[in-house]
Design a protein around this ligand. Sequence first.
Ligand code: DLL
Length: 435
Amino acid sequence: MEQKYYQKEIETMPLEEMRKLQSEKLVKQVKHVYENVPYYKNLMDEKGVKPEDIQSIDDLHKLPFLTKADLRDAYPYGLLAKPLEDCVRIQSTSGTTGRRVVAFYTQHDIDLWEDCCARAITAVGGTNKDVCQVAYGYGLFTGGPGLNGGSHKVGCLTLPMSSGNTERQIQFMMDLQASIICCTPSYAAYIGETLKEMGYKPEDIPLKAGIFGAEPWTEEMRQGIEKTLGIKAYDIYGLTETTGPGVAFECSEQTGMHINEDHFFAEIIDPATGEVLPEGSKGELVFTSLDKEAFPLLRYRTRDICVLSRKKCSCGRTLIKMAKPMGRTDDMLIIRGVNVFPSQIETVLLNQGYEPNYQIVVDRVSNNDTFEVNVEMTAEKFTDKVSEILAMEKVLADAMKTMLGINPKVHLMAPKSITRSEGKAVRVIDKRKLI
Ligand code: DLL
């Protein structure tokens, strides 16, 4: 694919220049936050750090971390760094527990967010000749509004579908010949499944690329979606706290996501000690907003587990890359003392020819963890013979045991019996009430 960039100078900037830009922005940002956010001033005072101590990006480690707990404490206005009169938008997390995170944006913040999404769309080959169907949820969730804004900036004909109403999605896709689709990977898989049932073949589908994120998905799932929809499937990452989608995006190489590091500086830390780890280490991803005005979080602990790499990329971008997040410090299950990530289960299923329609159910009975995985049979694998079902369950349980080191009880279920998701899929039901 011929490489196109949305902001070439930034996206291909030599590292030394990028460091200079980041340093200048950080020094200004720390001063802005210290002077305008009493909550943050207190945190810095407690740690004995003054804005003068931050002279370049190399001093970043001196600053305190911010966590989700800080966001909850400071809800709703405690971390606001601009007067409300200067803010033009609020977005919020999809979190279902505790207080939601509320993020504020000035027009400048919206602009830089939409630029990040425009970089992502351009990186997958999007131009003003494309019809871009945005099937992430609109509203408080950042997915719809972020990619909608990016699509406008690129000049695509934007189809603001939001998520859900799959038959209508497909009708618009076909009638208007949508060439790019943006949604969660689980919804993309569902759209693919529905198209197949309707009798469409990959070559009948007008799409050429998809921009999928907001939840973890595996390489195997990527291959499945690419095959069913006849497209290239690209990853996109972000979180409400930093803006939304577009913090990092995938390019034609499809080997991880370039972080828009002129706006978001990334560190990897040891989640247990907070120590900053060298490039290539696996740990918790931490972001610093270098130039957001209204809600500029510094050293925000995302709880996403990830690896960074500065390996040269064939697309010509010099922006650092993050691997697909491998899970979260908080959705890593510890079952009978063993660490289990839903993505590992997904990998096993896809390798064994199943679709990523599954649910993990964990409980505790007489002080012992129970670990069950409900998996849908595909139409091709469907059988109602008990002996065959038992044999298939055993094959899956053995493969999971090899991957995880512990034995799950696998239940095969009829096709279509696990509820499909139009947004983020619910993969885990933990009944142990450990927290
Ligand atoms: O999910 C923003 C977004 C919208 C990203 C659309 C991409 C596309 P939140 O609801 O605040 O924001 O959830 C953020 O979702 O910390 C990750 O754990 C997870 N996440 C987001 N993108 C990815 C991805 C949006 N590509 C949380 N792969 C993050 C894995 C992802 N996990």
